[in-house]
Design a protein around this ligand. Structure first.
Ligand code: ADP
Ligand code: MG
Length: 697
């Protein structure tokens, strides 16, 4: 049995391995290339490739792949073996520098939102040397960006990397203004907390809806749900504990800092939190975590569900994206400082986030939008669809006193040179855990809580980085010109608080009163994906992405198309699955049950015409009503499905899916769930919610 330190990162070609295996010059050149963000020299690449290959073969790898993150939000890979024939009929194991730095997956079926019809049909992948290569299932995986031949990003990683550069550029300008010349790099750090369900594989395989759509389209409420909250942080059942142990080992091998695992609010729901790291690595790691969870679950005869809402009426699964900025000198820029100057700098960065979240509410909402996440947001278990910031009362009071130029604390009333108050150290621990806030300051980082469990974290962080970069740019533009820095800084902070405090809300986000209040404040409430996606094309948003060179107008249009297309596809699959389940399983099952009831009633009457048959007769009547209504609605759903094919505009199509297809599905579900509650268990074709949710011991 190896120790954790031996296991950790054992399947990763990290700096330690590189230092050990690469010639000194090559190692230095690679470091230099990464630091400057330049393209890697082919000769250097060849040496690295060879060393990587030897290392991988020693670890049992036979193949390599360029691992990338297409716009589907999951990861893609195509395996090539290292073998290469020799003239004498033998083989050698080869991996060239060219193969390391660039690949050409035949990837024409990945969504491109029209990009590849105007450019080359095939895209290419390019190594991102800032994330480590690793071995997964005997395959050496090279993390790559995926682009078209015209250079357009076809993936989620490229914009994320570009947004990290953008925020780095602007943050450095701000730091310079505060007299900090030693910092050469500012990185975004992210720690995503991942929720998931774990259910028995046997149960899963009996449910077409889970198999095809990831969520249950039918299911009556179980007698016991999560009302007792006895699962939350509760005792971890042996089967689950064995899974978690195995999962940790697998993640550690990949160098993923899996740290805490616990039960969540709903039965069978759990959470995994990693230790935070640089945003792009964190995005890679989160993808690997999701994939590994599903793989390890299978080994334990379990299935890991990452859908945002697998069970109606039971809490869904999200992902909390903890986000901050860190300098290469190790300073967290969202950590309130010890000195007044550090505090002023902290407040300026805080203000950049406040302004960014207010001005780009729509983009943040879009960055987490999907058909599956629509089930969660605003359902009083996840944050509402309205974006707002929670700061906690302490920090809120401080901002208010700055705005009004009053002294926050009589004891700390030194009005300092920079015009900013001393921040009391205690507020960090008093930020209460307001679970209803979509965007909460938690002491030294922001926690964006609207992400769905299955989402790639890249989109949310790309938006966050770019929007904050934009505000920092404006701040730097103003402050660099100022004659009196302290005065200008003070005015700037005040102005931001005054103009953007509407986005700050410290109350209960689940209350109806907040929805009304938010409307009065002019905040957006974009309830569904089709409502918010069109905002992507707003001029201010295109300007934002273009001016920071994160996405071009063409790339934004392609993303817009892909998002709407995925929304429609998801609903299309759900509707087809529902039709299939209803026609082939549910209607025949209740019909058979009715037959049994009718025959029983007839028999009872035959024995004695005086016999009461209330149970049988009433039930047959109700089942008949419900199944007839259901049959009619399924017909309507089918017509809607042919109707939607005639719509050519993607946004119109998405709205039709939501308003007509999904609305009809809700009716059908209501009939089915009532039928389930009255049908003999032996006739009902699927395991019940109770059986699924309480099956793992
Ligand atoms: P909890 O919320 O359970 O008390 P923490 O607040 O320590 O736990 O962290 C929650 C998540 O936030 C973890 O994944 C952690 O690594 C991450 N995190 C902590 N500090 C930062 C930071 N500076 N930047 C990004 N993520 C962070
Ligand atoms: Mg959290």
């Amino acid at each position: 049995m190896s120790t954790i330190t031996e296991i950790f990162g054992s399947m990763v070609f990290n700096y330690t391995v590189m230092k050990e295996r690469l010639p000194k010059d090559t190692y230095r050149e690679l470091q230099e290339t990464i630091r400057r963000g330049h393209r890697l020299d082919i000769n250097v690449a060849s040496i690295i490739a060879n060393s990587m290959k030897d290392w991988a073969i020693e670890k049992g790898a036979t193949h390599y792949t360029h691992w990338f993150q297409p716009m589907t939000g999951i990861t893609a890979e195509k395996h090539d073996s290292f073998i290469s024939p020799t003239a004498d009929g033998n083989i050698i194991m080869e991996f060239s520098g060219k193969e390391l730095i660039q690949g050409e997956p035949d990837a024409s079926s990945f969504p491109s939102g029209g990009l590849r019809t105007t450019f080359e049909a095939r895209g290419y992948t390019a190594w991102d040397p800032t994330s480590y290569a690793f071995i997964k299932d005997g395959v050496l995986c090279i993390p790559t960006a995926f682009c078209s031949y015209g250079g357009e990003a076809l993936d989620k990683k490229t914009p994320l990397l570009r947004s990290m550069e953008a925020i780095n550029r602007q943050a450095l300008r701000i730091l310079k203004l505060f007299g900090n010349d030693t910092v050469t790099n500012v990185k975004t750090t992210v720690g995503p907390e991942q929720e998931y369900f774990l259910i028995d594989r046997g149960m899963f395989e009996k449910r077409k809806d889970l198999i095809y759509t990831g969520r249950t389209l039918y299911g009556a409420r179980p007698p016991k749900g999560q009302e007792l909250e006895d699962h939350y942080f509760g005792f971890i059942k042996p089967r689950v504990a064995a899974f978690m142990k195995d999962l940790d080992q697998e993640l550690w091998k990949l160098g993923i800092l899996a740290k805490t695992e616990h039960n969540e609010a709903a039965p069978s729901q759990h959470e995994l939190a990693p230790i935070f790291t640089t945003a792009n690595i964190s995005a890679d790691h989160n993808q690997l975590t999701m994939e590994t969870m599903q793989k390890v679950a299978r080994r334990h005869n379990l299935v890991c569900l990452l859908h945002e809402k697998p069970f109606a009426g039971v809490n869904g699964s999200g992902k909390h994206n903890n986000w901050s900025l860190c300098t290469d000198t190790g300073v967290n820029l969202l950590e309130p400082g010890e000195t007044p100057c550090e505090n002023a700098q902290f407040l300026l960065f805080l203000c950049s986030v406040i302004k960014a979240v207010d001005e780009y509410q729509d983009l943040l909402r879009i960055s987490i939008a999907s058909a599956s996440n629509d089930h969660r947001l605003g359902a009083n278990e996840a944050p509402p669809a309205i974006v707002s910031i929670f700061l906690g009362t302490e920090l809120n009071d401080i901002l208010e006193s700055i705005e009004k130029s009053t002294t926050y604390d009589a004891k700390a009333k030194e009005q300092l040179k920079v015009g900013v108050h001393v921040l009391p150290r205690f507020f960090k621990d008093t930020t209460d855990r307001n679970r209803t806030s979509p965007f909460a300051f938690t002491g030294n980082k922001f926690e964006f809580r609207m992400l769905g469990a299955s989402a790639s974290i890249s989109d949310a962080n790309t938006v966050l980085n770019t929007a904050v970069a934009q505000e920092l740019k404006q701040f730097a533009d103003t402050l660099e010109k100022a004659d009196d820095f302290g005065k200008a800084l003070n005015e700037l902070i005040k102005k931001v608080i005054r103009e953007h405090k509407r986005i700050i809300f410290n109350g209960n986000g689940y209350e109806q009163a907040w929805i009304e209040e938010a409307e009065k404040r002019g905040l957006l409430n974009l309830k569904s994906a089709p409502d918010c996606i069109p905002y992507l094309l707003k001029e201010k948003n295109i300007d934002l992405f273009e001016s920071h060179r994160v996405l071009s107008k063409t790339e934004i249009h392609s993303r817009y198309e892909v998002m709407l297309e995925s929304y429609c596809k998801m609903l299309n699959i759900e509707a087809l699955t529902m039709i299939d389940m209803t026609r082939k399983d549910i209607l025949p099952a209740v019909s058979a049950f009715s037959k049994e009831l009718s025959e029983t009633a007839l028999l009872k009457k035959k024995i004695n015409p005086e016999n009461e048959c209330g149970y049988e007769e009433n039930l047959v009547k109700r089942i008949s009503e419900l199944s007839s209504a259901m049959y009619v609605k399924v017909g309507e759903l089918e017509s809607a499905m042919s109707e939607v094919k005639k719509i050519t505009d993607a946004a119109d199509s998405a709205r039709f899916y939501r308003d007509t297809v999904f609305a009809t599905m809700k009716w059908i579900r209501a009939y089915a769930d009532e039928l389930e509650s009255m049908t003999d268990k032996k006739y009902w074709p699927y395991p019940s919610y109770g059986e699924i949710l309480f099956s793992v011991m």
